[in-house]
Write a protein that binds this ligand. Structure first.
Ligand code: SF4
Ligand code: SF4
Length: 294
């Protein structure tokens, strides 16, 4: 089974629009949205969940009012200011509670419960391009790296049970915990960049991360014509590091038109841009196939 991950380092480079088009072009695959902090692939693929599961991670302290004696020890011990006193009783603000368990441990009345925190949901869905695994973290919730790992495990099991040979994933921007989790087990990282200083900077950071984890990299320069000089400099960087630049895609309003219609660009009547995207996907498949033979 092959695992291809599309990442960007920087947000807004066109990563998800391209992943959506690749999802259309790829066969025998499962699509996975690993950008769990701000998922948006569903806006293009319109998944219909067939299986929903709650995601629990970490714990949150809760005071049981009838057991509380009002001694105030928890408020004095909490380093996060999560315990408040209002209307003659103590209570814990779940948004401030860091789940350190100190108050639970020291409450003399045993009045503080410590249940697991319901942080979000994850789904197996059907889409017009085949099965999709995706998730939603509730606002402000952390542990997105763990959720990414959960999604990847689910995608692998599903791909195995349905005999699908490819997991195509849309990763998070940045180089943090969810990206590191996304890279685990990937065969190829397709990095979508743009010719801007921050695009270049974040490309350097994310390719260093891939190098660290020994994941093969292929680079797409999107909107290259917005700054051809900067695009050339990115190519020089990639050349020096041995990263193949598999596409230089122009800025084309057809991408926005497809987005507005809730489609991916390769579903619209054929354009020069969609032909380029088709060629790009063929190159990605060739690189992924060559990696398998190594
Ligand atoms: S430490 Fe326990 S008993 Fe004391 S105020 Fe807090 S919850 Fe109530
Ligand atoms: S678990 Fe820790 S952070 Fe949460 S209320 Fe208790 S002491 Fe404060």
């Amino acid at each position: 089974m092959r695992e291809i991950l599309v990442i960007s380092g920087k947000g807004g480079t066109g990563k998800t629009s391209l992943t959506g088009a690749f999802a259309h072009l790829a066969s025998n695959k499962i699509v996975c949205d690993l950008d769990v902090d701000a998922p948006d692939l569903h806006l293009l693929l319109h998944p219909h969940p067939t299986h929903t599961q709650a995601f629990f991670s970490g714990h949150v302290a809760q005071i049981e009012e009838k057991l509380c004696t009002g001694c105030g020890l928890c408020a004095s011990l909490c380093r996060y200011g999560a315990v408040g006193f209002k209307a003659d009783s103590f209570s814990i603000d779940p948004l401030r509670c860091e789940g350190c368990k100190v108050c639970v441990q020291f409450c003399p009345a045993g009045a503080i419960h410590f249940p697991e925190k319901h942080c979000g949901e994850h789904y197996i869905s059907s889409t017009r391009f085949g099965p999709m695994v995706h998730a939603r973290l509730f606002p402000g919730e952390a542990n997105s790296g763990r959720l990414v790992t959960t999604l990847k495990q689910q995608a692998r099991e599903l791909a195995k049970s349905r005999g699908l040979g490819l997991i195509l994933s849309d990763g998070s921007p940045g180089i943090g915990c969810p990206v590191i989790s996304s890279l685990s087990g990937a065969n190829l990282a397709v990095v979508v960049t743009e010719p801007t200083p921050s695009g270049r900077h974040d490309l350097e950071r994310v390719t260093s991360l891939c190098f660290h984890f020994q994941i093969a990299v292929a680079v797409i320069i999107n909107k290259f014509d917005l700054n051809p000089q900067a695009a050339e400099s990115i190519e020089a960087f990639c050349g020096a590091r041995g990263y193949p630049v598999i596409a230089r895609l122009p800025h084309d309003p057809v991408v926005t038109r497809a987005m507005v219609e809730g489609l991916v660009v390769t579903e619209l009547p054929e354009t020069d841009f969609s032909k380029e995207v088709g060629k790009t996907w063929t190159k990605i498949e060739e690189i992924a196939a060559s990696l398998r033979k190594q």
